[in-house]
Design a protein around this ligand. Sequence first.
Ligand code: SAH
Length: 354
Amino acid sequence: MPPEKEDIRNLSLEELKEVFSRWEEAEFRAAQMFKWLYQKNVQDLKQMTDFPRKLIAELEKRFFISSLVCLKTLAAKDGTKKFLWQLEDGHSIETVFIPEKSRRTLCLSTQVGCKFACPFCVSGSKGFVRQLRVAEIVGQILEAQRQTGLQMTNVVMMGIGEPLDNYENLVKAIRIINHPEGLSIGARKITVSTCGLVPGILKLKKLGLQVELSVSIHATTDDLRDKLVPINRRYNLERLLAACREYFESTDRVITFEYALIEGVNDSGFDAQRLGDMAQSLKAKVNLIPCNPNMSFCYRGSTEGRVKDFQRIVRSRGARVTIRSTRGSEIQAACGQLAFDREAAEEKGCQSRP
Ligand code: SAH
């Protein structure tokens, strides 16, 4: 691929309009093209049959449509599917498809690797490689729809990477996913999950996109959160909760606190009380996830009984709380099990506790 060419799906609708207006073409071409790219899912500009051939030739001089090559698909018994894609530069990322009765959710990656190094999450175990481009974020939906033959109804940015650390591309991708001429998925069916990048939360609030926000809380004291979610050393719980309050008050979207329960680490009754109080004061929902095992973090998820007790205590403080059902664990598709290079993570092995 000549390097000077750009994937046309990196462009927003406005940018496409600018291109056509610069070329003295009609503005409606932009929306027409969006339909071909995101609704008809074409893989070649030549397939846009209602475009004049001369215009296609012009477009082809400057743009192309990249593809995510499917290296592997793993299917779990519960219908969850994990896709391993190869990007144009050889790096790979993963996407998880989670079918339920009333919705079809796709869990997207936003970066190759991750900078934030939460010790229980395998995605961060090899550090950060690069940002995903807009076309690569949106491309995961297009390819998954092609592979499954199904339209996605919900999108969660909970795969590899930290979405708010790839802010510009994330927002452009969300606008394409949300646009009626694009993938047409409602903003409220798009969830951005963050480990707590306060400036990103505040920027997203200002945009007023109405997307759902999930915050990976995992600890209720700064001492513990500094260890479990190291970005806490930069943006502590006080600042994080203040940003959550601003997001909630200005968008009216209920925030979800994700909390991975780790046996003997963050699953005490006091943790549950503090979490319940935090959530209650923000009218936030709590989503408990028994921490999924991975080979480089030598702790166990809390037992089922402990998770239930924890839930009861959180609820007793007046907060809404659910337990997330673990999907696709036998294919390593569950939370925190996605890695751009699993083998390296597995080589590290487990040195201390099982
Ligand atoms: N960087 C973003 C999005 C990716 S992680 C974030 O931190 O929110 C998606 C969710 O999976 C986060 O809540 C994350 O904390 C959680 N997670 C990571 N590893 C996990 C594990 N081993 N068990 C359970 N949840 C985990």
